[in-house]
Ligand binder design. Structure first.
Ligand code: AR6
Length: 186
């Protein structure tokens, strides 16, 4: 899938049109990637977030990017990991899908995601990678926008987990479509 890639970096420096913030339900800032995004965007971001009335876990809300290179921020509160039997996977998938739906509605062309819930919220990285990649790939197969999506992992170790998961499930995707007799996308 040439519309998707995995890289290592700091998402606040991203040149995507929209970056995703792993927020909490208040949308009023926090630590981790949320803190970094608010620090880089400046106080106008918090001022806009105050007008939004929070956000439910698994949903997403859009703001401008202010001093960030990104034009927009998609804020999504991920689930807190409680062992995996409290609907965490469905909520995490919903975070990715909600951000992509909102991006598509706004005509946003490029979106960069951090690895939602895998820091303060404790979601195990390998399991989160499986959920994140499935949600993103399912969406991209059925929608033309965003035309480019990237996972921006904060560490090489995290990126390696995402790459391994991607290679296991999706690396052959384009070739399979080319080979498929009814694969109209070739
Ligand atoms: N760029 C890319 N990824 C990053 C960056 C960065 N600059 N900084 C951290 N990460 P976390 P959560 C990675 O804790 O688990 C906040 O207080 C990090 O290595 O930021 O969803 C919110 O307000 C990890 O893999 O988010 C919430 O209260 C991933 O981003 C709570 O934390 C997510 O880690 C949300 O927790």
């Amino acid at each position: 899938m040439d519309r998707f890639s995995i890289l290592v970096g700091d998402i606040t420096a991203s040149d995507a049109q929209a970056i995703v913030n792993a927020a909490n339900t208040t949308l009023l800032g926090g630590s981790g990637v949320d803190g970094a995004i608010h620090r880089s965007a400046g106080p106008d971001l918090l001022a806009e977030c105050r007008t939004l009335g929070g956000c439910e876990t698994g949903r997403a809300k859009l703001t401008k990017g202010y001093r960030l290179p990104a034009e927009y921020v998609l804020h999504t509160p991920g689930p807190i990991w409680r062992g995996g039997t409290y609907g965490e996977a469905a909520l995490l998938a919903s975070c990715y899908r909600s951000c992509l739906e909102l991006a598509e509605e706004q005509g946003i062309e490029t979106v960069d995601f951090p690895s939602i819930s895998t820091g303060v919220y404790g979601y195990p990285m390998a399991q989160a990678a499986g959920v994140a990649l499935k949600a993103i790939m399912d969406f991209l197969r059925e929608h033309e926008l965003p035309r480019r999506v990237r996972m921006v992992c904060h560490t090489e170790a995290a990126a390696e987990i995402y790459r391994q998961t991607y290679n296991m499930w999706y690396a052959g995707e384009k070739a399979e479509r080319l080979l498929s007799p009814e694969g109209g996308n070739a």
